[in-house]
Ligand binder design. Structure first.
Ligand SMILES: NC(=O)c1ccc[n+]([C@@H]2O[C@H](COP(=O)([O-])OP(=O)(O)OC[C@H]3O[C@@H](n4cnc5c(N)ncnc54)[C@H](O)[C@@H]3O)[C@@H](O)[C@H]2O)c1
Length: 356
């Protein structure tokens, strides 16, 4: 058996705490779970017999062999737990959204710096396959000058559940999925953001958001759009998954679904200053929006990528053992938290916010 190099403790043994424990135990030969804790003892019944179990974080933190603690409690408790873990001198992987706002996150940064512990956030969606295809399409420049990147995610279930229905616990879709979608956009587009405009709504839910549409005007000319609706219905195949659309001046790309399908689409030649051909459509004659003449539209396959969520832990392991740099950097997350704050102001005041 390979000697284990990472020894994890997990605070909060609910959905995500158990997901982490399963991956560490089943998939990572360099890591082990030493102990888990949860205030709800029923959750601890799901723990593997090899884990020690505790009802409080304080007890778990007395385990000397733990070197990294994963914080997987509801969002409003992240700061409190980061303080406890830092005081115990252990490295930290905190679940997303890292904090309730940028001010809280800056406090976390101060606390971990003072304690001298390593600190990162679990943004494993940087390894989503569909995202990495979109990133590769954008960064390779194959579309020419990209002017729009649209990222959308739709669901049918409407209602939020458990603690996600309470704003004071960090409920709502902006905290839940928005933070992933925005992190991906910031990680992909290497440019400052000029302005942010956001619409955030409660469609089905009384107190927390379940729809948002956010526009980011990057200084390099890209408009990033992120849209999510939990009650956004269509019968179209694959609708209730994620969709990417990238538009450039030399082609477009469409990437659909978490097991992504799609293509790059181009015209056989760029029709600059060529008089349009009139076609008749149900909406009347048009030179721009009718069907393309036979053979004018061509497609190419999307690039292949081979990423998976365990890569997050592999990258963390490389960082801890000095073989690689930290991928999810606190300074990136501070920017993300500031962006989330700006989005809330924009949505509340119905105005565009100058960001950077
Ligand atoms: N990265 C991802 O893809 C992803 C996915 C889901 C959830 N999350 C994040 O993980 C965190 C937990 O979400 P979840 O879906 O697992 O919630 P959950 O409700 O399923 O689990 C949270 C657990 O924390 C426990 N808990 C609450 N207060 C505690 C305390 N003081 N000490 C110890 N345990 C306590 C609860 O009893 C519960 O079992 C959230 O921050 C959430 O945003 C991340």
């Amino acid at each position: 058996m390979t000697e284990k190099k990472l020894h994890f403790g997990i605070i909060g043994f609910g959905f995500m705490g158990q997901t982490h424990a399963n991956m560490i135990t089943n998939d990572l030969d360099y890591a082990e779970v030493v102990a888990v804790c949860d205030i709800n003892k029923l959750q601890l019944e799901n723990a593997d017999a090899s884990y020690k179990t505790y009802l409080t974080a304080d007890e778990l933190l007395t385990e000397e062999t733990i070197d990294t603690v994963i914080i997987a409690v509801p969002n409003h408790l992240h700061l409190e737990m980061v303080k406890k873990v830092a005081a115990a001198g252990k490295d930290i992987i905190c679940e997303k959204p890292a904090a309730m706002n940028a001010e809280e996150f800056a406090e976390m940064q101060r606390v971990v710096a003072e304690a001298g512990v390593r600190f990162t956030i679990h943004h494993q969606r940087r390894w989503d396959k569909d995202f990495n295809i979109a990133k590769e399409v954008y960064q390779s420049g194959t579309l020419g000058k990209t002017y729009t990147i649209q990222n959308s995610l739709y669901g049918f279930n409407g209602n939020m559940h458990d603690w996600h229905i309470y704003p004071e616990f960090g409920g709502g879709m902006l905290y839940d999925w928005g933070v992933h979608l925005l992190d991906q956009m910031l990680y992909m587009v290497d440019s400052e953001i000029d302005t942010v405009y956001a619409t955030v709504k409660n469609v089905i839910n009384k107190d927390v958001d379940d729809y948002f549409n956010i526009q980011l005007q990057f200084k390099n000319g890209v408009t990033g759009q992120v849209e999510l609706g939990t009650y956004f219905l269509s019968q179209e195949d694959g609708w209730f998954e994620r969709h990417w659309f990238l538009g450039g001046n030399e082609g477009s790309a469409k990437i659909d679904g978490f097991h992504p399908q799609g293509e790059i689409t181009r015209t056989t030649d760029l029709l600059r200053n060529v008089p349009g051909q009139i076609t008749m459509t149900a909406a009347g004659p048009t030179r721009s929006f009718g069907p393309a003449p036979e053979g004018r539209i061509v497609t190419e396959p999307l690039p292949e990528v081979n990423t998976q969520h365990r890569d997050y832990f592999d990258a963390y392991y490389d960082y801890i053992t000095g073989k690689g740099e930290l991928v999810v950097k606190p300074e990136q997350i501070l920017r993300l938290m500031k962006l989330m704050d700006a989005i809330r102001v924009s949505a509340k005041e119905h105005r565009s916010i100058s960001f950077e």
